[in-house]
Design a protein around this ligand. Sequence first.
Ligand SMILES: [Fe+2]
Ligand SMILES: [Fe+2]
Length: 469
Amino acid sequence: MAQSSRTVKVDALQPGMTIEEVTELSFDYASLDEDNLKFLKSTFKGAAGVLVGENGTRTVPVEELKAFDPLQRITDVPPSLKAAKVVPGLAEFLERNGLLVFKVIEAQGAGPAVRTEPKGVPAPDQLAVGSAEAKKRHEIKREEVKQFLDTVATAAQSRDQSTTIVEEMLDSGRTGQFSSKGVESMVDEIIKQGAAPAMKAIAGLRASDQTYAHCTDMSVILEEVYVEILQRSGKTPSDVNRRFALVSGFLHDIGKSEVPKDILDSRERFAPDSQEMIIMRNHTTYGARILTEMGMPEVTINMAHYHHVKKDSTLLSSYPDVDYGNVLTLTRLASITDVYQALIGRRRYKKNWVPGKAVEYLLSLKGSEFDERMLDNFIEIIGRYPVGSLVRLSNDDLAFVLSIAPKEHQDRPVVAVVENAAGELLTSHSLLDLMLEPDLRVGEVVNHYEHYNESEDQAYRIFASIRVS
Ligand SMILES: [Fe+2]
Ligand SMILES: [Fe+2]
């Protein structure tokens, strides 16, 4: 019988198909760890791993894969494995282990694909407003929020320091000497202090005229989302994972050190085909070259090189000109974070978007610019009202979000009311978990830069003054 080859998602695998290649792996392979390696080496013995590198792809036997290798796909599945063919239950096993899309061959005329085992219907929502589960959740959240608030002041300092360090590093690079030492010890300090969550909140709350505040803010958002995704896939993220994301994020725009300052700092909008724009776009290739010379890991280089490549790489806004297949999963997440930060970030001369609007914008680019699965993860984790958002509640009180709501109750985060409906600033704050308040919910997002006195950094100062007993 004639055979044909096609690409299928894991839930469309059918008995009778033969797997030739694994073309997409889940996000936890972004930092190939001991568990991934153990699974691959036992399940795909004899196959080959395709690694993405600066000089194109490189193929190594699966047995020789090492932790943090930039694995793109698994190919050359040996005849002994192919002979096993797809059997009922195999798809679930593969999906559980993070293998998502496959190139398969199947006998022609085998009929339409029908699942042999129905996929489980998602469990009904257990977390009802005011329920015992919601109360239990509240106790955990309360402790988390208290710890979070204790780190806000230090986090603000860390943000300023990090930005200065990135800036100094790039300035020293302009004179020909790069070293990542400053950035790496800063990252160690952020991890030690557990400052990343508060730094992430401040990122949307506080304007900065420093060009490289973007790198700091983008990197802490990236780290937070990355760690959460790992946790959701059943991993316990290590400091190595955190470090990896933070360092890569801090350095993703390092190539801007080779862009002349007058172009970099210009407030002019350059035409897409202007000389200035061409130079600006080169920051990605410059960055990849600098990081390669510094001996940084492949994933860090990939992020600097490809964070502007769109899923549809024919789009004018996509650069450099490479296939999306070369863009590693962590870089795909970084490109979403990069755009998100650019939208919510505030400079004195640039309007910002409130996070909720930025999220809507990202969603509109889902199929064309971003990896869909990565974007879904990002939005779910960031939440519709991210921590640090100023919101008007349904009773007209104004509150800051301190912990995001469960997925199915987006308008019920944990908040602290800072101003009452009459417009009076409150000096003592209490924690309000909207999951326990049936009559109260978020009404709308308020742009804190417009509502409070921006030049006095009032929004941040109020946020930093929140204390709950
Ligand atoms: Fe960039
Ligand atoms: Fe960037």
